[in-house]
Design a protein around this ligand. Structure first.
Ligand SMILES: C[S@@+](CC[C@H](N)C(=O)[O-])C[C@H]1O[C@@H](n2cnc3c(N)ncnc32)[C@H](O)[C@@H]1O
Length: 218
C-alpha cells in the first residue's frame, strides 16, 4: 500500500514513502450548474468563495444545502468535492421550487454530478424535521438559504443535523427584508455555539451586507 506523506506544490506531484513520484490529477475548477434566476438571488462572490474554501478545507463527507436558487452555491460545493477527491462525499440539495411557483426549473449541467448530488423536492421545514428524526443522519457542512421568513423557527433543529466538527452557514441574517433571521445568531450565541457574521461590502456591486452567518461548535 502506498503511503502518501508529502505534497510538492512546485512540481504538482505526490511522493510516496519511497520517494517515487506519482502525477497528481490536475484540478480545473469553475464547473457551474446553472438555473435561470434574477442576479439578485445569487450569493455574493466573497461569500461563495468562503463557503467553497470551507468545504475544500474541512473535507466533508456529507453536505446539505437548503435552497438552490441560481445554483451558484451548489456549484461551489460541487467544485470543493471535485477538488477534495473524497472516497465518498454526498451533497443533498433541498428546494420546494417556491421561486418557480412549485415547478422544478431546468438545472443545466447537473446530470454529470448525479452520482453524488441528490436534489430533494421538499420544504425546508419538512426536510429538517424529518431528518432530525433520522438520528444517524448528520452533515459536515450545512448552507441554509431557503425559507427566509421561517428558518429562525427551527434553527436548532437545523444545527442538530451538524456533526460536532461541522460548519453551518445561514444567509441573509442581516437583510432588513428578513428581520427575524438575525435571531439565529443571537440564539446560537446563547447556546454556546461559535458565531461569526460576514456582512461587509467593499465593491460597488457587492451585497454582502445581507450577511452570512457562520456557526460551528468546536
Ligand atoms: C435565495 S434562493 C437561494 C440562492 C442560492 N444560495 C444562490 O446562491 O443562488 C432561495 C431558494 O430557496 C427556495 N425556497 C424558498 N422557500 C423555500 C422553502 N420553504 N423550502 C424549500 N426551499 C425554499 C427557493 O425556491 C430558492 O430556490
Amino acid at each position: 500500500m502506498v503511503c502518501l506523506h508529502s505534497l510538492s506544490l512546485s512540481n504538482k506531484c505526490l511522493c510516496d514513502s519511497r520517494g517515487s513520484r506519482q502525477l497528481e490529477p490536475p484540478f480545473f475548477g469553475g464547473h457551474m450548474i446553472k438555473i435561470e434566476t434574477p442576479d439578485y438571488v445569487e450569493m455574493d462572490m466573497a461569500h461563495y468563495e468562503l463557503i467553497k474554501a470551507t468545504a475544500m478545507a474541512l473535507k466533508p463527507s456529507n453536505i446539505l444545502e437548503l435552497g438552490i436558487g441560481s445554483g451558484k452555491v451548489t456549484s461551489a460545493l460541487i467544485d470543493a468535492i471535485r477538488f477534495n477527491q473524497p472516497k465518498e462525499c454526498k451533497l443533498t440539495v433541498v428546494d420546494n421550487w417556491h421561486d418557480w411557483n412549485g415547478i422544478q426549473p431546468k438545472i443545466s449541467g447537473i446530470e454529470q454530478y448525479s452520482s453524488y448530488v441528490t436534489i430533494v423536492t421538499a420544504s425546508e421545514e419538512a426536510f429538517i424535521k424529518n431528518a432530525k428524526n433520522e438520528h444517524d443522519k448528520k452533515y459536515d457542512i450545512i448552507v441554509s438559504d431557503a425559507d427566509h421568513l421561517n428558518s429562525h423557527n427551527w434553527w436548532s433543529d437545523t444545527l442538530s443535523l451538524l456533526t460536532d466538527t461541522g460548519v453551518a452557514f445561514f444567509h441573509d441574517v442581516k437583510n432588513p427584508d428578513y428581520p427575524k433571521l438575525c435571531f439565529i445568531e443571537y440564539d446560537a450565541d446563547n447556546h454556546g455555539w461559535h458565531t461569526k457574521v460576514f456582512n461587509k461590502s467593499s465593491r460597488f456591486t457587492e451585497r454582502c451586507t445581507r450577511g452570512l452567518l457562520m456557526v460551528y461548535k468546536n
